[in-house]
Design a protein around this ligand. Structure first.
Ligand SMILES: *Cc1c(COP(=O)(O)O)cnc(C)c1O
Length: 220
């Protein structure tokens, strides 16, 4: 299977309102160009250094998303060009994104990461923490960040019911916040193994890596 045919297969199965983020982490630029030549424009990386290096070398009309946890001291490297930061999980991080966005005369779109998985290893905030942040006056003073939705990762399990329940609980939280926040429009959930379930449960942005580019051979 080629990258182009994998992409075509996935695009055939996802509805038009769902944005496909091609997760290219650990993959060479030649793979990204193959996807790009097949029409893909939205790519996701989880490491700041890898993201900036690739963005430097690759076509400028690529929309780059940072999908992984980001350290505060690295925000400055992506602030000039990143189009969406998926995994914001603290006010401190948001303040830094705002500061660096302002220095670049930009408004950076962000998603709050919600912890929906059982595992302790997954980053994210609770519904209550997000609610407090969204209602806070401090947030209103950050004019260079825009919270446009939520992101979440389901537990890594074969239990389809559990995955479905976790996605469904995230969709409920998203719907509640959307009533108060007119800028909310993105619900980022679903990866190679579970994006179909995620879409059935209301996702409108899926982050798919290995199903496009093949498995990654690295250990972290
Ligand atoms: C790696 C990664 C993905 C894509 O994973 P696949 O299983 O290869 O599709 C999606 N989201 C995040 C946050 C990731 O780190």
């Amino acid at each position: 299977m080629s990258i182009a045919s994998n992409l075509a297969d996935i695009n055939d199965t996802i509805p038009n309102n769902v944005t496909l983020v091609a997760v290219s982490k650990t993959k060479p630029n030649s793979d990204i160009i193959e996807a790009y030549n097949a029409g893909q424009r939205v790519f996701g990386e989880n490491k700041v250094q890898e993201l900036t290096a690739k963005a430097d070398d690759l076509p400028k009309d690529i929309e780059w998303h940072l999908i992984g946890h980001v350290q505060t001291n690295k925000v400055k490297y992506i602030a000039p060009f990143v189009s969406l930061i998926h995994a914001v999980d603290s006010f401190k991080l948001l303040e830094e994104i705002n500061k660096r966005a302002e220095q670049n005369n930009r408004i950076i779109n962000c998603l709050f990461q919600v912890k929906i998985a059982e595992e302790d290893t997954k980053f994210g905030m609770s519904e209550n923490e997000i609610n407090e942040l969204l209602c806070s006056n401090e947030l209103k003073e950050l004019n260079n960040v825009k919270i446009v939705g939520l992101m979440g990762m389901a537990t890594n399990t074969d239990d389809e019911n559990q995955i479905r329940n976790e996605f469904s609980s995230l969709k409920k939280i998203y719907d509640i916040f959307r009533i108060q926040n007119t800028e909310f429009k993105i619900l980022s959930m679903g990866m190679s193994g579970d994006y179909q379930i995620a879409i059935e449960e209301g996702s409108n942005m899926v982050r798919v890596g290995s199903a496009i580019f093949g498995s990654r051979n690295y250990t972290l």
